[in-house]
Design a protein around this ligand. Structure first.
Ligand code: A3P
Length: 301
């Protein structure tokens, strides 16, 4: 059979993607009931690619004039409380929550482009897509599953998870299809999809914060730039800052974060941790698979 590791429940293959059963139900309910508004903003990622960070960034950027930044809700709410996962809410049948949110609404989703409901594709709502070196996604995923399970080796060995990842079997995977789906579409509709890479944001956070603000329709004014507001938003959402806030640095499972402890979403927050985990052979094999999949697309790891 197909290797199929998931911390909580097995995946099923749905429209070419490996998705947990309950979330397939969520995706189907979205297709049926979700009505996208032109002002909606949707953050899409493959899990472990920077979702928590970008939730904070988008939310802080949008609401920056509503609060003094030292009293911003991000000090008292974890990023998953600020931005809701669409397929998860729909999987629980509580879609009224979504309908009741005043515009502009911000959501996130891990669904591949091919699984997005037509309303999102057809409407003028905008999508921020973030991807990350799949090798680091794998490492991040490994530790995250381990925390959830109370020991990663309870599910499978690292080698098994690695092999499965190389075959495209991971949460919402194959990861290359996920990335390519949004990449190709962002080339066609750059006004609809902002396509970003985790490692690039880490390297030049201020530049990307400005790009993000512009794309989501609330660019920084000259006065804000002169006052250092961009740097303040970047700092508020930085790994070190968020990780150490009481609201994030605790083991109390948060309902909004699918019953997972907020602290599990903050591990290292760096690029290249795969170097500490993958052998040269493992690195080359995964690189070759991804380069082959990306061939001709203009995308590189
Ligand atoms: P690592 O496990 O490599 O540290 P997601 O939010 O999609 O689940 O991804 C989690 C990954 O993003 C983890 O990676 C986590 O440490 C990292 N992360 C969380 N907050 C971050 C931040 N503010 N800046 C950079 N990386 C962050």
């Amino acid at each position: 059979g197909t290797p199929n590791f998931h911390p909580k429940q097995p995946f099923i293959l749905y429209k070419g993607a490996w998705i947990a059963k309950s979330l397939v139900r969520g995706a189907l309910a979205m297709e049926q009931h979700f009505k996208s508004r032109p002002t909606d903003l949707l953050l899409v990622t493959s899990p472990k690619s920077g979702t928590t960070w970008l939730k904070a960034m988008i939310f802080a950027t949008l609401t920056r004039t509503s609060y003094p930044l030292d009293q911003h809700p991000l000090h008292t709410h974890n990023p998953h409380q600020c931005v809701t996962n669409l397929e998860r809410v729909f999987s629980t049948g509580r879609r009224q929550i979504i309908e009741a949110i005043p515009s502009p609404r911000v959501f996130n989703s891990h669904l591949p482009y091919s699984v997005l409901p037509q309303t999102i594709i057809d409407s003028d709502c905008r999508i921020v897509y973030v991807w990350r070196d799949p090798k680091d996604v794998l490492i991040s995923m490994w530790y995250f599953s381990g925390k959830i399970m109370g020991g990663a080796d309870k599910i499978a060995t690292f080698e098994e998870v690695y092999n499965s990842f190389c075959q495209g079997v991971n949460n919402y995977g194959p990861i290359w299809s996920h990335v390519l789906g949004y990449w190709e579409e962002s080339k066609q509709r750059p006004e609809k999809i902002l396509f970003l890479k985790y490692e690039n944001i880490l390297q030049e956070p201020v530049k990307h914060a400005k790009k993000l603000a512009h794309f989501i329709g609330c660019p920084y004014s000259e006065a804000e730039e002169n006052q250092g507001v961009v740097e303040q938003i970047v700092e508020l959402c930085s790994f070190g800052k968020l990780k150490n806030m009481d609201v994030n640095n605790n083991e109390i499972p948060s309902m909004s974060a699918h019953n997972i402890s907020p602290s599990y979403f903050f591990r290292k927050g760096e690029a290249g941790d795969w170097k500490n985990h993958l052998t040269q052979e493992m690195t080359e094999r995964l690189n070759t698979i991804i380069e082959e999949k990306f061939k001709g697309s203009g995308l590189m790891i």
